[in-house]
Design a protein around this ligand. Structure first.
Ligand code: MN
Length: 714
């Protein structure tokens, strides 16, 4: 995209002078001289490179630094902004930057360069992966993202030099990824400009039509606008308030979006007037609200108190819509100067106002917490598409506000359930929740919360998270904690089972498991690539190592392995081993059936009936077979599969189902095929053992319509 040719023109030099003049308004002289060094360094590195527009390349880093300068960013950030493309586009190394400008600057430049390498693709999965990397960079230092956003903003401003195809792709990526992130960080001005520029490049014709339409009606509006503005100012003055009132222009994209989403015409949206009132403190906000509500009637249901409950990105204001003269709706935003700063610059207001304000610390903390919770989800979710889905919930929140019985208000994303609420209160509350009362009434834990709900979570001391919660929770916090718990549980179960497998294997060598020393264990764990004895046991429980082999190495290290003779010492299966023991779906073994265990890589032990056809097929891999037997005290129910041919008659299914229920069994699954006179039914049933199944089949034979009934095994 860049061609080598003429030496740099003087346009960039004067751009630099202008930038340093601006920056000297808030930076110290020594900072300015570091920035001048960075500028000269970057200029010589980029010398001979040109942008698509024909300008010398250095004009781009200068513009990026200037965008960040308007946010009063610190010297490190501005230095990195001037250098942000040198690693990528010239042959300057990270260590060279580090030597000249310090490691902090080098890390920032490196972070931005890494983000630059991300090619956002249309393929959803790749995109999710890129999003993850972006967030990781952000979590390390939010300044990397601020530089990246400024970089993107300047590229969007100068997009017209690109081919139409490239313009559209960049614009879509900006709309889907960069703008929402700017919004989440509260960088309102950058957010809006990114949206407008994306809209322009994605839908140039629609953009032009809307621009023309707004110009056309603006003249008519001026008079009404002035009339309302005067009335508002007078009203607030009489209420004793010293205020700043301004009219707000609507963004084209927000007009467009409302037209599409709410099926409104252009004039229906454009005829809404927006005003912003800034007053000195919070009490004045409410006084102003009251005064204006008596000036024009408020439209019911439109009042929102974002002062009491801030938005997730830290935004605070009172919102209300009034019915003005000639029935024109008037949208009001009322806020204090501090709130206004955060509304404009979000996380950047920290640098912009250098204030130790509690509000600013608060939004930093919120941003930090948000990033932390994303990181937790990140490390826990294996599926990046799923991660993207959940991230979208976090980035585009239509928020719900619910409160605890003590009156503490929690902000949750739309569609949050009682379980999300429980985890939002505290991880322990989430892990132990068993029931919920919403507004004093019992409700299901999966109930979606509404704003204003009073939510009382009932916990029990030994309760545990339920895997089914994962199907309906929406917050990343709830998801990651449930996942984490399930992983730990699987680990415990598998370790326990691995230990039983190993003990049995050791007994077949006539070794007492107690006699194995910790040193032997440690050595073996190391050799097997496990971090600990417990991890080795878990691996065994999950079938990653063969117990016989491990036992052999514990007894006689280094020797080759032959399978020990087993027989009487078969391992007893309880059915409650969790993930470590599975029952084969082909033959559905139940207690009483003669069985064999097959150790399947990474899945643990799979139990088959001894004459299952699959067994015959895999006989050769002898080492993977294990003698197993049913334990004496099994209480669990097992799946059995039966096939039934019945004469087609009204109500026959109901009679069969009743028969099954009366025999003390549950139906897991039914499928049927019919050939006119007869129907073949396939049932998956829950039974405790062979006797139970035999009794059940006997009683079903007594149903008149049943012609034939057989158990299905393989
Ligand atoms: Mn750049």
């Amino acid at each position: 995209m860049r061609a080598k040719s003429l030496p740099d023109s003087s346009a960039a030099t004067s751009g630099a002078e202008f930038l340093f003049h601006e920056l000297s308004g808030y930076l110290k002289p020594e900072d300015i001289s570091q920035l001048q060094n960075a500028y000269l360094f970057s200029q010589s590195a980029h010398s001979g490179q040109f942008r698509k527009s024909g300008e010398p390349y250095i004009s781009h880093p200068l513009a990026v630094a200037s965008i960040l300068g308007k946010l009063h960013m610190d010297t490190q950030t501005l230095t990195a902004a001037l250098l942000h493309d040198v690693m990528e586009d010239t042959h300057v190394s990270k260590s060279e930057i580090s030597n000249r400008f310090g490691t902090a600057v080098a890390d920032l430049v490196d972070g931005v360069s890494k983000l630059d390498k991300i090619e956002f693709q249309t393929h959803a999965d790749a995109q999710a992966e890129n999003f993850r990397k972006m967030l990781l960079a952000m979590a390390r230092d939010v300044r990397v993202i601020l530089i990246k956003l400024a970089d993107r903003l300047h590229n969007m401003r100068t997009l017209e030099a690109m081919r139409p195809e490239k313009r559209r792709r960049t614009a879509r990526e900006t709309m889907e990824i960069y703008a929402p992130i700017a919004n989440r960080l509260g960088l309102n001005n950058i957010y809006q400009e990114l949206q407008e520029l994306s809209f322009l490049n994605l839908f140039p014709t629609r953009y032009r039509v809307l621009t023309k339409a707004t110009k056309g009606v603006r003249g008519n509006r001026r008079e009404v606008l002035k009339k309302i503005l005067d009335a508002i100012r007078k009203c607030l003055y009489e209420a004793g308030l010293n205020t700043k009132v301004s009219g707000r222009e609507k963004q084209l994209y927000s007009i467009y979006k409302k037209m599409v989403e709410k099926h409104l015409t252009f004039s229906e949206i454009f005829d809404i007037y927006g005003f912003r009132v800034v007053v000195k403190d919070i009490p004045s906000c409410y006084i102003a609200l009251g005064a204006l509500h008596s000036l024009y009637n408020p439209i019911p249901g439109k009042f929102k108190d974002y002062i009491a409950i801030a938005k997730a990105n830290g935004y605070q204001s009172l919102h209300s819509t009034l019915l003005g003269p000639y029935g024109t709706p008037i949208e009001l935003q009322i806020r204090t100067p501090e709130m206004h700063r955060i509304a404009e610059a979000g996380v950047a207001s920290h640098w912009l106002y250098k204030s130790s304000d509690a509000d600013l610390n608060d939004i930093h903390m919120r941003t930090h917490q948000w990033l932390q919770s994303l990181l937790e989800t990140l490390s826990d979710s294996d599926d990046s598409l799923e991660f993207l889905e959940h991230l979208k919930v976090d980035l585009f929140p239509g928020e719900v506000y619910a409160c605890t019985p003590q009156g503490k208000i929690l902000t949750l994303p739309k569609d949050s359930t009682a379980v999300d609420f429980a985890y939002a209160v505290h991880t322990d509350i989430g892990n132990c929740c068993v029931a919920v009362k919403i507004n004093g009434e019992n409700a299901s834990l999966r109930t979606k919360l509404m704003s204003g709900d009073r939510v009382e979570i009932v916990t029990a001391p030994h309760a545990e998270p339920n895997p089914a919660w994962l199907t309906y929770v929406v917050t990343s916090k709830a998801r990651s904690h449930i996942r984490h718990f399930l992983k730990t549980m699987q680990f415990e179960e598998s370790a326990e089972f691995g230990k039983r497998l190993l003990n049995q294997a050791l007994l077949s060598f006539n070794i007492d498991p107690q006699t194995i020393s910790e040193a032997q264990w440690e050595k073996l764990a190391r050799e097997s690539g496990a971090k600990s004895k417990k991890e080795l046991l878990t691996d065994m429980g999950l079938g990653k190592h063969l117990p016989a082999l491990v036992a052999k190495r514990l007894v006689t290290p280094g020797e080759s392995v032959s399978r020990p003779s087993g027989g009487d010492d078969a391992i007893a299966i309880l059915g409650t081993e969790g993930m470590a023991v599975q029952f084969a779906k082909c033959c559905h073994p139940i207690p009483g059936d003669p069985i064999f265990g097959f150790i399947k890589k990474n899945q643990g032990l799979v139990i088959h009936i001894h004459d299952c056809p699959l067994i015959a097929k895999n006989r050769r891999s002898k080492n993977n077979w294990l003698d197993v037997t049913w334990s004496q005290d099994i209480t669990k129910l097992f799946e059995a599969s039966i096939k039934m041919v019945v004469v087609n008659q009204r109500g026959v299914l109901a009679r069969v189902a009743t028969g099954i229920a009366e025999a003390g069994s549950n139906i897991d699954n039914i499928s049927m095929e019919s050939d006119g006179a007869h129907t073949t039914m396939h049932f998956t049933l829950q039974v405790s053992n062979r006797q139970h199944l035999a009794k059940l089949m006997r009683s079903l034979r007594h149903v008149n319509e049943v012609a034939r009934i057989t158990r299905v095994r393989g």
